[in-house]
Design a protein around this ligand. Structure first.
Ligand SMILES: [Zn+2]
Length: 974
């Protein structure tokens, strides 16, 4: 005998092994089946957001892929709107898995593997390709072991030549539309990765500590000749200085202007023989700074103000940045809108090469950009022209190089104060090191000119959850340019040629030429061919070997489709990543791509899921070490080992392998629109649900009889059918709406309450002693249909174990291939109108709900063992009230079946005239009240009034050792 939860345990292991062993190179049989047998004109397309081909999979990957799989499996069950076939046919789905293969983490791994050896770009690319290829194979195997259906043989990767060509064609289209340009301007730069970074590659750290400095710049002596300062000419004997505050002193060599706000008030205050220029609102702050400063004597008591001026009056002033050397030109004081009265000194140090706002403002004044640091964040010789070696020898700017800059200013008394300052600061999300803003020559995509169209296109997109709309919109709104070039080897080259002076030529023909050469030789040739190879002429080698931002790579994946996808589904971090880059590249490409691809966003629905959290609600991450691998869920090792007896108990601990279905139930049961917890208690409840499904299916498999197909249906059977139908409707609706956890909860309610506690209980007597009828077969099929998107392996397994007579029946389709709405039973067999029955059910269930606890009381008091050892009396007030009458009529209508329904021996309705009388004495009596349709009534459980039938154990036999009349009939006819 198999134990209750050990449904085919050995057989199951074999089954799982058999199923997983097919997940090698063979095509997915079910996917292939639907691709070939379903109409092509109403295909549901789920477009894969490619996972990064680096490292092993964690449960977050599993959540993502399983949700996608449940969506497509739900669609396969639905009828199609195809015009190709007249009969109702199921829907075809398209899910072609992809991988994101280029980029820095893989390149870094390639470099790491090479250890000390210095690799050429070509060697890096070869090694990176190997790493990515191997990872793709490993990840694919793992995904398939989760039971993910898909076109695994058609899988795509961003390093496939076919993919790269599409991407280059997309780039060419953008060039043609004038959306691609080269510009020397600030970008986020990671000295630790030595590349430009996109906003999406940053992490902000709240407790970054900088050395903030108060600095004074000498205003050139000419100020005395300006009429607005005439009154001060004699008061100030020494020099006038403009005071600024900066959190990045290393940017001081690149200072090119000081910004003030025209509408703010500024003061010139006494500082010894000298004077300082500061915003009026910042006087007190500056006074505190001067008090703390040791190099400059603070003024005793209070500030002595020589004069107050509108910011607009400072416009004519010029000052010197000493770091630019003896030949330093005078620099202007200018107006900027962003200057605030509430921070720093009210005068802002402007380094257009190291700040986005600085760049924008200085650009309007025609002030040139300087960024005298190199790729690793070390100063170049331009940083301090008078003695270049001083700063060139300094550490990189993220390792304290700024202190050397301050050292150069201190002898002049220009450093008023240096203080530690904690603030929010961007970090490289991969290396976890601070980034800087640095002007470099980069390729940009013009987002500003397509922004409106992109935002417009989102109005017809459905977002799940709806909050995603605002998020994606805000990322698109907040961006005007997209820096698409990276200074790394492992990527798709930016197809630009440079003339002998290093000036880039990028136009449609140039790109066309490069694409044609790449098409012939592959992208590696860009690096491997000799610089003077005539094929590429006039390319100048070594000048720029830029590759494309990986977001441009993966964002162009829509080019793999012939039309808009029905669904994109990824983690909520992709609003600023893949969703955004897909949207922008799609809008940028325009509609000419192909007539079949509709204008607008590349997706109709955009679904996002949260992150995976551990037991304590912490986000799973490598650095915390709390990552759970999908394999740990599947092999059951996260739960305590199985308790075993005898010899086996001494051996290695054994774990209950839950298989992929456990992982899938976890995904299905999660409200993925928020962050999702995976912990031992969560797994235990999943384990319980899975075992419940298995034992219930085992019970169905062992109890289905062919004869039931023709046996008359009882009211109880039809109640069970109504409950099944209602549950299927609810589950189907939830699944179709991608609310799997709602469907999962409805399914569990049905399995536990309607099926197990009610119908299967009520059916036992009939199965073993009666006509063996019932509606177990329709329930079996309905159950499997509901399970199909969630636990396809359990469905397969149950189908494998169906009874022989069912195997012979060739009219039955495989449960994964059945349509969800296909009829489960011949409606001619129903002898009660389901609509009428649906009204009766709440009353029957209300009584059932009272009988159960009353029986439980009797059982606890030791009066009954089996529920059959009882008689149930139902008392409903008999009045003229319509509801009372209705309840009584319903109970009267089903009176003959109530005993079976409640699994008791006899049921009486309102037997005694007066419920309170003691006309019949009983050994015991347990009362339970119930209310339905506003009718207050109760049931009483009492001892049986007849004797036990030795065959069916119901207390309905007339005498001891005599069969009941039903059993008498059965025995005589067989
Ligand atoms: Zn009997």
């Amino acid at each position: 005998m198999l134990s209750a939860d050990g449904l085919f345990r050995t057989a199951r292991d074999l089954f799982l092994r058999a199923v997983t062993s097919t997940y090698n190179d063979a095509p997915d049989q079910f996917y292939e089946w639907q691709r070939q047998s379903r109409p092509s004109d109403d295909t549901f397309v789920l477009h894969d957001g490619p996972p990064y081909a680096n490292g092993s999979l964690h449960v977050g990957h599993a959540l993502n892929k399983i949700l996608k799989d449940m969506i497509v499996r739900t669609k396969v069950q639905q009828e199609s709107q195809s015009t190709l076939l007249l009969d109702i046919a199921g829907r075809r789905v398209e899910y072609i898995p992809g991988w994101d293969c280029h980029g820095l983490p893989i390149e870094l791994k390639a470099l790491e593997n090479a250890k000390e050896t210095k690799l050429t770009p070509l060697e890096i690319r070869k090694s990176a390709r190997n790493l990515a290829s191997n990872t793709v194979v490993k990840q694919m195997k793992a995904f398939r072991s989760f039971g993910i259906m898909g076109d695994w043989n058609q899988k795509w990767t961003t390093m496939d030549t076919a993919y790269e060509m599409r991407q280059l064609r997309l780039f060419q289209k953008m060039v043609k539309k004038g959306l691609i340009y080269l510009k020397f301007k600030p970008v986020y730069w990671s000295p630790s990765s030595q590349t430009a970074l996109a906003e999406a590659e940053l992490e902000y750290k709240d407790d970054h500590v900088s050395h903030a400095a108060w600095i004074r710049f000498p205003v050139t002596s000419d100020w005395r000749s300006l009429p607005q300062f005439a009154s001060l000419r004699d008061k100030i004997k020494g020099e006038l200085y403009a005071v600024i505050w900066t959190t990045t002193p290393w940017t001081l060599p690149a200072n090119r202007a000081i910004a003030v706000h025209s509408n703010l008030k500024y003061c010139i205050i006494r500082n010894g023989a000298d004077a300082l220029l500061v915003a009026e609102s910042r006087l007190d702050t500056l006074a505190q700074v001067l008090t703390k400063a040791d190099s400059i004597r603070p003024e005793p008591q209070q500030n002595i103000v020589y004069g107050t001026f509108e910011g607009s009056h400072l416009g004519g002033l010029e000052y010197t940045n000493r770091l630019r050397g003896k030949a330093a030109p005078a620099q202007p004081i200018i107006h900027a809108d962003f200057v605030s009265a509430n921070s720093g000194s009210g005068l802002v140090h402007m380094a257009p090469g190291h700040g986005f706002d600085d760049y924008e403002v200085c650009n309007n004044y025609g002030i040139p950009v300087a960024a005298p640091i190199d790729d690793m964040g070390r100063f170049t010789k331009e940083a301090f022209p008078d003695a270049p070696e001083v700063l060139q020898g300094a550490p990189s700017v993220i390792e304290g190089g700024g202190r050397k800059v301050l050292d150069l200013l201190k002898p002049h008394g220009d450093v008023l104060l240096v203080e530690k300052h904690q603030h929010k600061y961007p970090y490289d999300w991969r290396t976890k090191k601070p980034v800087v803003i640095r002007a470099t020559e980069q390729w940009f995509a013009d987002v500003a000119s397509i922004k409106e169209e992109a935002l417009d296109s989102l109005t017809t997109v459905r977002f799940v959850p709806e909050t995603g709309r605002k998020r994606l919109e805000s990322f698109v709104k907040g961006r005007s340019e997209w820096c698409i070039s990276r200074q790394r080897a492992w990527g798709v080259p930016i197809p630009a040629l440079y003339d002998s002076t290093g000036v880039a030529i990028v136009d449609e023909q140039v790109v066309e030429h490069i694409i044609s050469v790449i098409q012939e030789r592959g992208t590696h040739a860009w690096w491997s061919d000799a610089p003077d190879d005539p094929a590429w002429i006039p390319r100048v080698f070594q000048a720029r070997d830029d590759t494309m931002d990986v977001w441009f790579d993966s964002g162009s994946s829509w080019t793999m489709m012939s039309r808009r996808a029905d669904v994109y589904l990824e983690g909520s971090d992709q609003h600023r990543g893949w969703f955004q880059s897909s949207l922008l590249t799609r809008i940028a490409a325009g509609t000419e791509t192909g007539a079949t691809f509709e204008k607008g966003a590349p997706f109709k629905q955009l679904i996002t899921h949260g992150f995976t959290l551990d037991e304590e609600g912490k986000k799973m991450s490598k650095s915390i070490g709390n990552i759970i691998e999908p394999q740990q869920v599947m092999d059951g090792t996260l739960l305590p080992p199985i308790k075993r007896k005898g010899k086996a108990a001494k051996g290695q601990p054994a774990y209950d392998a839950l298989g992929p279905d456990a992982l899938r139930i976890w995904a299905a049961s999660s409200d993925y629109t928020r962050d999702v917890v995976l912990s031992v208690p969560v797994l235990q409840s999943i384990h319980t649900a899975l075992i419940k499904y298995r034992t219930t299916l085992k019970m169905l498999l062992g109890s289905m009889h062919e004869s039931a197909r023709t046996a008359p249906l009882t009211a109880t059977d039809q109640v069970a059918l109504v409950q099944l139908q209602d549950t299927m409707d609810e589950v189907g609706k939830a699944f179709d709406n991608h609310e799997f956890y709602k469907g999962y909860n409805a399914l569990n309610r049905w399995v536990n309450n309607d099926l197990s506690a009610f119908y299967l209980e009520a059916l036992k007597d009939r199965l073993y002693c009666g006509d063996g009828g019932g509606v177990l077969e329709p329930i079996f099929h309905g159950f499997l249909r509901m399970l199909a998107p969630m636990t396809p392996l359990l469905v397969e397994e149950s189908w494998e174990h169906r009874p022989e007579w069912m195997k012979q029946d060739t009219s039955l389709m495989h449960p994964l291939q059945q349509l969800y709405i296909d009829p489960l039973i011949d409606t001619n067999r129903l002898n009660i109108d389901p609509l009428e029955l649906r009204n009766d059910i709440p009353i029957l269930m209300a009584v059932h709900g009272a009988v159960k606890p009353a029986l439980e009381q009797a059982r606890s008091a030791g009066h009954v063992g089996s529920s059959l050892q009882s008689t149930v009396e139902i008392y409903v007030p008999e009045t003229n009230n319509e509801n009372h009458k209705f309840v009584l009529s319903v109970l009267g209508k089903h009176a003959d079946e109530l005993a079976d329904l409640f699994v008791v021996s006899t049921v009486y309705i309102n037997r005694a005239q007066d419920a309170n009388s003691s006309t019949h004495s009983a050994d015991f009596s347990f009362r339970e009240e119930f209310e339905v349709h506003g009718v207050k009534a109760y049931v009483e459980v009492r001892p049986p009034e007849h004797t036990k039938c030795p065959r069916c154990w119901r207390y309905v036999a007339p005498r001891e050792d005599t069969l009941c009349s039903r059993c008498e009939d059965v025995v005589q006819t067989t």
